[in-house]
Design a protein around this ligand. Structure first.
Ligand SMILES: *[C@@H]1O[C@H](CO)[C@@H](O)[C@H](O)[C@H]1NC(C)=O
Length: 350
């Protein structure tokens, strides 16, 4: 009995301290992230998959210098956005078994590196499909209700900001390396991708979410993995960037039409493509001297797999690099991109 009482008291205290603190500082009480490695803060550590980054030199510049499963030398956009919106320092991965109640109150990440709108890559790679991320989010909402009660939980969910990054692996992996390419011309495939994104967003709406920032893809033709063939570096691949642009513009139009259909659904298209391409085309302006190669493990599109402690020629200092590995920007490049999107996308005003 005493124990039960202590437990209830603790929950009440957690609500008073953390609940109020979370709301006092910023506009959003919580942040949630869905999709791929641009937002995955370590869920793949707990899955049977090759798509992992919980070993050095990943995380070299993360607080504590520890590899966490983020595909970066440091923080990634989900952390940087959580921080910029005064929600929390870093966004914890939902599958982390050490999460505390107070971590849950201000949001967690469900994204899984290698995932996308198309189930195919996530299935091949053994990572979380969007439908599985959604199932975990439902489970999370149940836990949240237990901690803070139904009404308050509903409040947190409807006032929170969700991030979605899906499309990078669909274009760079599913449609370029599997039979999808033979079955669908790209515009037709892109239309399916956008339809699946919109289904996912409707599912989030059904669970009470009202604000989502939907990220465009990266300029995929400029990633070191796309530019390197047999050790030779090429200019950005125009045909790959064109696919990304087409998908992004179709996604942006789809979000516009969804906003018209459901006025209380605040959807924001976040253009990541343009500010990152701008860095790639004007590296010196931001102090970058190395654009073509990643700091670690370049020369293949198998994201992350070829960056580890045995990778030869890993750079000593990542700050002159736009890219960390064959498929992901460095923390510094992410910081510049996130600062740009927070200023231009209107995320904060939704
Ligand atoms: C992906 O898989 C889930 C469950 O296996 C299924 O419900 C969903 O319709 C699939 N989505 C697509 C886009 O194929």
């Amino acid at each position: 009995m005493k124990l039960v009482f202590a437990d209830i008291l603790l929950k009440v205290l957690v609500v008073i301290f953390f609940g109020n603190r979370a709301q006092a500082h910023g506009k959003f009480p919580a942040l949630f992230a869905f999709g791929d490695s641009i937002l995955d803060t370590g869920n793949n550590n707990y899955l049977h998959t090759m798509i992992k980054s919980n070993f050095p030199p990943y995380g070299r510049d993360f607080p504590g210098g520890i590899p966490t499963g983020r595909f970066c030398n440091g923080k990634i956009p989900s952390d940087l956005i959580a921080n910029a919106l005064h929600i929390k320092e870093t966004l914890p991965a939902y599958l982390n078994p050490n999460l505390k109640n107070e971590d849950l109150l201000t949001g967690v990440g469900f994204a899984s590196a290698g995932s996308g709108n198309d189930n195919l890559t996530a299935t091949i790679l053994g990572v979380l499909k969007l439908s599985e991320q959604l199932r975990l989010f439902k489970e999370y909402i149940g836990k949240l209700k237990e901690i803070v009660g139904e009404e308050r939980a509903n409040n947190i969910i409807s006032n929170s900001l969700c991030l979605l990054s899906a499309g990078n692996n669909d274009i760079a992996v599913s449609h370029s390396m599997t039979a999808r390419k033979m079955h669908y011309a790209f515009p037709q495939y892109a239309a399916h991708l956008v339809g699946w994104s919109s289904d996912f967003l409707k599912d989030l709406y059904g669970l009470g979410v009202r604000r989502v920032a939907v990220l465009s893809t990266l300029p995929l033709g400029c990633l070191p993995g796309a530019r390197t063939v047999g050790g030779l570096l090429r200019p950005c691949l125009v045909h790959v960037n064109k696919k990304a642009q087409l998908f992004n513009s179709m996604l942006s139009s789809k979000l516009d039409s969804m906003k018209n259909d459901v006025p209380d659904f605040k959807l924001t298209f976040v253009d990541v493509y343009t500010p990152l391409l701008h860095l790639v085309n004007n590296p010196e302006k931001s102090g970058f001297t190395n654009v073509l190669k990643g700091c670690c493990g370049t020369g293949t599109f198998e994201l992350g797999v070829h960056c580890n402690q045995f990778t030869p020629h890993t750079c000593a200092n990542a700050s002159p690099y736009i890219f960390w590995d064959s498929g992901h920007p460095t923390q510094k490049a992410y910081e510049l991109v996130v600062s740009n999107i927070l200023q231009t996308s209107g995320i904060t005003s939704v």
